[in-house]
Design a protein around this ligand. Structure first.
Ligand code: ATP
Ligand code: MG
Length: 268
């Protein structure tokens, strides 16, 4: 598929938005990279927390040690589970980690009440399946399958919104790091290449979320992402984001600080 012009899309992926910064970091990266990683752990940290010397912007504010622990987790065998209140940048952090480590934040499964095993493992192109029988051509790989083949990170958003039996599918995938495809014959199986891991996010507050089994919990390192505590700083952050969005849309408008601070919005 051809890449659209970044200026014409409503929200481009982090790898498109920060292409120049990623190139700079890659050029300056002298540290060893874990197998399958696009950047060294230090450069991943710089991408997320910023580096003034290299002209790399800070993208996640608040808890620097949390970012460091998240990077270390992803170098190991456990998955990373980001939990917290809505709007605390769990998805943003998982997108940034996938971008810096795998150069690809698009391998994402969205957890929902309707998520099925096919969304996690693989499905079939039924026209081809009927015409040719089971074949690799007829198999439609899930983001998890593609991440295993490519040795990349897969993001699992809102995992607790999936019914428990679907969450259970993840238990064996995370232990065995392989997907068996019995339809393609005895022993047909994809093995995860080095670089594969899972970053899941879960909002433990909303209605419609399910408990996670202890077996699934054991396969993840949990990190709680907390809200920004400093109100004045939060207002600055929202202002900067609004300005960026307006700039991106080519609109000239002056946004007063009072408009963004809650409780101080002026009536028209
Ligand atoms: N600590 C932070 N650093 C930088 N941006 C932040 C931070 N906290 C919140 N934001 C802003 O809030 C937005 C919302 O974050 P995001 O959608 O990633 O939250 P979430 O935790 O995934 O929420 P939900 O549980 O509703 O899915 C971010 O895109 C970012 O603009
Ligand atoms: Mg989210």
């Amino acid at each position: 598929m051809t890449q659209p012009d970044p200026a014409s899309v409503l929200r481009s992926s982090a790898e498109m938005r920060y292409r120049a910064e990623l190139d700079t970091l890659r050029g300056a990266d002298r540290d060893p990279r874990p197998a399958g990683w696009q950047l060294s752990p230090r450069a991943v940290r710089r991408f997320i927390l910023g580096d003034a010397q290299l002209g790399v912007s800070r993208k996640f504010y608040g808890d620097d040690p949390l970012v460091e622990r998240a990077i270390v987790t992803l170098m190991g065998n456990q998955g990373l589970m980001l939990v917290g209140e809505p709007g605390t940048a769990k998805s943003l952090l998982s997108e940034l980690l996938a971008t810096a480590i795998s150069g690809d934040s698009a391998l994402t499964i969205q957890g929902a009440a309707g998520t099925t095993e096919d969304h996690i493992r693989y499905a079939w192109n039924y026209a081809l399946l009927l015409a040719e029988g089971p074949s690799e051509r007829a198999l439609v790989p899930s983001p998890m399958y593609r991440a295993m083949v490519a040795g990349k990170l897969v993001r699992f958003e809102e995992i607790t919104r999936c019914p428990p039996e679907i969450q259970d599918t993840m238990i064996s995938l995370l232990s065995e790091k392989q997907i068996v495809v019995p339809e393609l014959g005895d022993g047909a199986c994809v093995h995860a290449r080095r670089g594969f891991n899972v970053i899941a996010t879960a909002n433990l507050r909303d209605r419609g979320v399910h408990e996670m089994s202890s077996a699934l919990r054991r396969r993840f390192n949990f990190e709680t992402v907390r809200p920004i505590r400093d109100h004045a700083f939060e207002v600055e952050l929202v202002l900067a984001q609004v300005r960026r969005e307006l700039d991106g849309a080519g609109l000239q408008a002056r946004i007063e600080r009072d408009v963004v601070g809650p409780g101080r919005v002026r009536s028209a």
